[in-house]
Design a binder for this molecule. Structure first.
Ligand SMILES: *Cc1c(COP(=O)(O)O)cnc(C)c1O
Length: 367
């Protein structure tokens, strides 16, 4: 038996789908360059496989959150541009140089640190992040004022990009989107001319005014729907499948699982599937989720345990649910966005939380 045959569940990741999503997002972005967000191990999907696939699809610019993610990415792809969202901390400068990484500079201190290095040697490639409403990373308005008043602070930098990040992109009607876009236009006009970037996955669909020179999709590359109330324009990337390992015919009232949280009233069938919260199948799905057998959704009943879930398969005709029958937990009839929603979460959290116990199977070439 190989590891896929031994595993209690299989996570299949379609690299052709990731590449196709990159091309679709790029096509939606007009003349803007399409970068790729591969932070957090490419949203949990697996940076070692995903980054080369996206690069083959034509992507040259990648963003990670942390320095160690960027160093890892450099070993996978020698030719691409890699930017680090967390910026450059004291002591990290040499590592940035050695691996040809570009820091996203988030405050005047980081700008000074990186510019000093450029002044002493040759100008250093840099991205500047302006905070237009997240109160998280990026220069706050008073630091933008100081930078505009003292442009010499940028001497020693080769300014490649000025960027900001939308706080409410998942809600296209939110007034914050336009407010941030306008503030970003005002602020960047006060700095030396440089290419600009504002849109994440959802922002791409707000239209040309949001595209500027570069877009930075993440989650849509991995198959999540960037639109609020419309069919998903992306291709499904992740599929989680397991199989039935136990079947229990119930003929009298009884309870299922921890806390006796589910009560079976009459005759029926309960199927046990060996996936649990230890795998990232969140406990908050207890009593609220569905799985699929073929095209038919069946309800998850009772609590999610560490290693197991229980499904009510009473409605399926005999023969459709047997020991060994395949069960779809994510994908197909159970789209990732819907599963995450049942858990009170979002696809981003669900994907990055998918555990290490699954056998991961990568399919497609990413071309
Ligand atoms: C994560 C991130 C993105 C991508 O956002 P998605 O909603 O996943 O497309 C873009 N820009 C920044 C600064 C980010 O941190």
């Amino acid at each position: 038996m190989n590891d896929v045959e031994r595993a209690s569940a299989i996570l299949t990741i379609d690299l052709d789908a990731v590449a196709e999503n990159y091309r679709r997002l790029s096509a939606r972005s007009g003349a803007a360059e399409c970068a790729a967000m591969v932070k957090a191990n490419a949203y949990g999907v697996g940076i070692d496989h995903v980054a080369p696939a996206i690069a083959r699809a034509g992507c040259h610019k990648f963003f990670t959150a942390s320095l160690d993610e960027a160093v890892r990415l450099r070993t996978l792809a020698p030719e691409i541009d890699i930017a680090v969202l967390n910026g450059v901390m004291a002591g990290e400068e040499e590592t940035f140089d050695r691996h040809r990484l570009v820091p996203v500079l988030n405050d005047l201190g980081q700008i000074e640190r990186w510019a000093r290095r450029g002044l002493n040697d040759k100008p250093r490639a840099a991205i500047i992040h302006l905070d237009t409403g997240m109160c998280r990373l990026g220069l706050p308005p008073d630091e933008v004022d100081r930078l505009a008043d003292e442009p010499a602070r940028l001497d020693g930098l080769d300014l490649r990009l000025v960027m900001s990040h939308l706080a409410c992109a998942e809600d296209p009607a939110h007034a914050m989107n336009e407010a941030q876009r306008k503030l970003f236009e005002v602020q960047r006009a006060r700095l030396p001319a440089a290419p600009a970037s504002l849109a994440n996955s959802a922002g791409i669909f707000f239209g040309a005014e949001y595209h500027l020179d570069m877009v930075r999709p993440g989650i849509a590359l991995y198959g999540s729907n960037p639109l609020q109330d419309a069919p998903n324009p992306m291709v499904e990337v992740v599929r989680l499948q397991s199989k039935i390992t136990q079947l229990r015919d119930v003929d009298s009232p009884q309870t299922v699982g921890y806390g006796a949280a589910h009560r079976v009233a009459g005759p029926g069938r309960i199927a046990t599937v060996p996936v649990g919260y230890a795998d990232g199948y969140l406990r908050s799905l207890s009593g609220r989720a569905f799985a699929a057998i073929g095209d038919t959704r069946v309800p998850l009943v009772g609590r999610v345990s560490m290693d197991l879930i229980t499904l009510d398969v009473s409605t399926l005709p005999p023969g459709r649910a047997e020991i060994g029958t395949t069960v779809d937990l994510i994908g197909g009839p159970c789209p990732i966005d819907e599963v995450a929603g049942w858990a009170g979460s979002i696809a981003n959290e669900f994907l990055t939380g998918l555990g290490s116990r699954y056998a991961r199977r990568y399919v497609g070439e990413g071309t």
